[in-house]
Ligand binder design. Sequence first.
Ligand SMILES: [Zn+2]
Length: 459
Amino acid sequence: MGIVLCGGTIVTDTACYQADIRIQGEIIDAVGSQVTQAGDTVLTAEGCYIFPGGIDAHTHFDLPVGTMSTADDFASGTKAAILGGTTTVIDYATQFKGETLQQGLENWHQRADGKCYSDYGFHMAITDWNEQVSREIPWLGQEAGVASVKLYMAYKNVMQVDDSTLFQVLERSRDWGILTCVHCENGDIVDNLVRQFRRQGKTAPAYHHLSRPPRVEQEAVNRLTVLAEMADAPVLVVHLSCRESLETVAQAKARGVRVFAETCPQYLVLDDSVYQDTTFSCAKYVISPPLRAKENQEYLWNGLKTGILDTVATDHCSFNFHGQKEVGSEDFSKIPNGAPGVEHRLGLLYTYGVKAGKISLTQFVDKVATQPAKLFGLFPKKGTIAPGSDADLVIWDERRQVTISAASQAQKVDYSPYEGMKQQGQAVHVFLRGQQVVENGKTCIDTPQGQFLFRKPFR
Ligand SMILES: [Zn+2]
């Protein structure tokens, strides 16, 4: 006994066509016409698109920062994810100072296991590199199912690594099929600019973005691509935000460096005009990298179109405005960095990308599902609609209109950076490995069904 979704328009990274989908157990059994068997349940998807479940490869749920933790934990974060059509998240587990990678990973399993409404995997953020940690790299990729690490070139004295560490991790990861993801901002220069502003008594949240100008990002992207070239190692630039960095990645790709790049909805649809607000309210937009001048958006959309940008993830890292962001009311450098977004990634990209004519439907699916699956060792189990793949499916009804608002969101945070923005279309029904988890735009399961995903090494 299976489930058949009939009459919908299937969209993959390469094609858009009408066909029925038969689900058997957790898997897509058949795609075509006349796939129904005796005893099957038939659901109509007429007038709707069917996308492969979205993969958000950049989230921070239940992340401790200083004395606080992000507003969303794995339960609320992944519930918001499935409501928005994202059936897999890859979260950044973090090795804190003094820990082994194994301890860091166990910590994240404890935070996530049994609580996730979507499937989930982990990247491993390394903040304390030494001989012993280096010896754990083969274990990480081969036994722990974590085929990617992350390094921060920013956050001096906290997460930031030096070039020596960066280079050693690139070489070691390369040898063991691990993709190195990097937060590219020159943390030393940011630190200088922050201290200059503070000396001048410039402590309002708007100075956050002035302390992290585009060149600070571009310099780090450039350094990374040159070091990756020397190490012949694959790298992924996370949350690329501006034209300068995009052009640097384009040049590196053109000379054969194995560099991939991710951008986020906030850089595609929001801009730095929000920092003109002289009240503390603009702390909602204190994220790193910060929002950029509006003219960058066209370059980023074009980068998605031409393939310079490979994926769109959210960098979901939510802090309540009241009680959390407010910690920095006297000093912008104390505002916890980050914003929510996991719930609205598909909606924003569909509305402001596909409907606005900036990217095609197949490009949309490629950026939100297929490319992340390929880069992070989940393809073809995830990221496509084909017989044998997991039945992670999003039935998208573009006739529905949604107004994004903190009042109606599932994300457990007291604001949305997209407050009041219109979203065309909605994930009306969502399936996770064959089980319906969202029905008519509402969750329809009582208990978390998400599984940890062992990812394949980077090829
Ligand atoms: Zn992040």
